[in-house]
Design a protein around this ligand. Structure first.
Ligand code: PLP
Length: 386
């Protein structure tokens, strides 16, 4: 692989890097890389892998190279790894710790990861403490210097869209000797670059905005440093086997070429939807970091650049029944889980997340896509007005 154009600017902008997938051109001149399906690689006559540089694709696959390099560039990190899912990426971070290590995780976070932490990580001996960490005073009071190994954040946090000040959280974590990892799925590298704000690690469910077309399950980690914990996460991936298939890695790279225009359009649409329905009859509250009324709007303005994302939630005066009735009658918004695709989705989260969820029954979560904002507003309006 070589750079396509030696006259290209030395530091192309992230938009250019994404659109051109770093501008890599293969030896045959193809500007779209091929898929490498081989699971195994030739040994040299002396038995080494000096020529191929790899042995078996549970450790790594050549199809990962370009997508991992692009993730590294977009997040401003030192290295990246793709995984079979966002959960595989997130759990690798915790599995790289030792039993007895203390970790802080937020009370508002992706429910599947919270469930895994409480079901598996705790039984395996991690000391998991759940705290409302968007409140920095609580976070500062909760870290245990010398004992806390990891502070895990999600911002904006699913599905109440709390925003945490990453730079301030990094200072708190580092002062206590802990590392800071950020689930930046909802922001994507278009809107927030956690490593530049002091985080040590970024995690994405690449199933969402990075791929963007609801046709790949994938995850990613990007690190500021190829340190010992990073090496352990690599060992978790190859040892545990939660590897991404080469075809999925290729699709992910294809999706990432349009990351910037997709995220920007979704963000603009979400802001239009949020503004339209704030104060609308029957609507109790719109939760969106881009609204002045959002409790951490000032933080969001500082750390989210160029938009506030495509995710928002709406609470209804009529409680659960009103929320369910709206979800039942939208026509353009599709009733489905997940987020970050080009199509808009709507979901009653409390019934997905179950009894232990902090999510109110009157709430619908919206993943706003890239359709015409006027269609999205008209659809919600007819569903709410009924
Ligand atoms: N993090 C967030 C914020 C998510 O929304 C999700 C999935 O919905 C995950 C992590 C888990 O990702 P995956 O479904 O790709 O395993």
């Amino acid at each position: 692989m070589t750079d396509s154009d030696p006259a290209a600017p030395l530091a192309p902008s992230p938009e250019t890097l994404a659109a051109q997938a770093l501008g890599w051109v293969d030896a045959g001149g193809a500007i779209v890389a091929g898929i490498s399906p081989s699971t195994t690689f030739l040994r040299d006559a002396d038995g080494s892998y000096a020529t191929s540089g790899r042995a078996y694709s549970r450790a790594e696959n050549p199809t990962y190279l370009q997508v991992e390099a692009l993730l590294t560039a977009l997040e401003g990190g030192r290295a990246a790894m793709v995984f079979a899912s966002g959960m595989a990426a997130a759990t690798a971070v915790f599995l790289a710790l030792n039993p007895g290590d203390h970790v802080l995780v937020p009370s508002v976070m992706y429910w599947g990861l919270r469930g895994w932490l409480l079901d598996f990580a705790v039984r395996w001996g991690l000391d998991v403490e759940i705290v409302p960490s968007a409140d920095l005073a609580v976070l500062a009071a909760s870290v245990r210097p010398g004992r806390t190994r990891l502070v895990w954040l999600e911002t904006p946090a699913n599905p109440l869209w709390h925003v945490t000040d990453i730079a301030a959280a990094a200072e708190i974590a580092h002062a206590a000797g802990a590392r800071l990892a950020v689930d930046s799925t909802a922001a994507s590298p278009v809107l927030t670059r956690p490593l530049a704000l002091g985080a040590d690690l970024v995690m994405h469910s690449a199933t969402k905005y990075l791929n963007g077309h609801s046709d790949v399950v994938a995850g990613a980690l990007i690190t500021a440093d190829e340190d010992a914990p990073w090496q352990r996460m690599a060992a978790v991936r190859s040892g545990g086997g939660a590897v991404l298939g080469p075809f999925e890695a290729w699709l992910l790279l294809r999706g990432m070429r349009t990351l910037f225009p997709r995220v920007r359009t979704a963000s603009a649409n979400a802001l239009d939807v949020a503004r339209y329905f704030e104060g609308y009859p029957g609507v109790a509250e719109v939760l969106y970091p881009g609204l002045d009324s959002h409790p951490q709007h000032a933080v969001a303005r500082r750390q989210m650049v160029g938009g506030f994302g495509g995710m928002l939630s709406i609470r209804f005066d009529g409680g659960r029944d009103a929320a369910m009735a709206v979800a039942a009658t939208t026509r353009i918004f599709k009733r489905a889980t997940s987020l970050g695709g080009v199509e808009s989705l709507i979901e009653h989260r409390a019934s997905v997340e179950g009894r232990d969820s902090p999510v109110p029954e009157d709430l619908l979560r919206l993943s706003v896509g890239i359709e015409a904002a006027s269609d999205l507003i008209a659809d919600l309006k007819q569903a709410i007005d009924r």
